[in-house]
Design a protein around this ligand. Sequence first.
Ligand code: IDP
Ligand code: MG
Length: 156
Amino acid sequence: METTLIILKPDAVQRGLTGQIISRFENKGLQVVGMKLMQISQQLAATHYEAHQSKPFYAGLVKFMTSSPVVVMALKGNGAITIARNMMGATFGSKANPGTIRGDFGVSNSFNLIHGSDSPEAAERELKLFFAPGEVLTWPRHGDQWIYDMSGGKIE
Ligand code: IDP
Ligand code: MG
């Protein structure tokens, strides 16, 4: 089982799209194990996006991410990191395929609605940045036996 960090960016919150986006993940079968509305500080945005520091879009990205509240989520599931990235679609709203979150809800290349961790290492690092110990919960989900086939002794 993997847990990934998802951020519903300021444009998703301001446009009232958070419910629809969260529903997509719930419908897919990913489990919400952490979720909160928060305002990202300058420092947190800088740390989160430190790999992009030298990019021309960096200053605008930090300004955007700190401009208005976001919803951060910890999503758990078998293969959750890749599943969430595929559901998000390509980085640019103008290029993302229909059926994906970025493809269905936006056209902008910078205001692209959602962040998702891109590797297990990134997920571990990012979950720690956004959630304090105890804020990501372990809870048995009613219905898991119909979301996963566990008849063979492993998750299928
Ligand atoms: P990702 O969010 O799909 O992983 P990254 O390349 O990691 O994409 O970029 C992080 C974020 O920076 C993007 O989600 C987007 O908001 C912004 N961004 C990336 N490339 C550009 C660009 O060329 N112009 C404007 N913003 C960009
Ligand atoms: Mg990225």
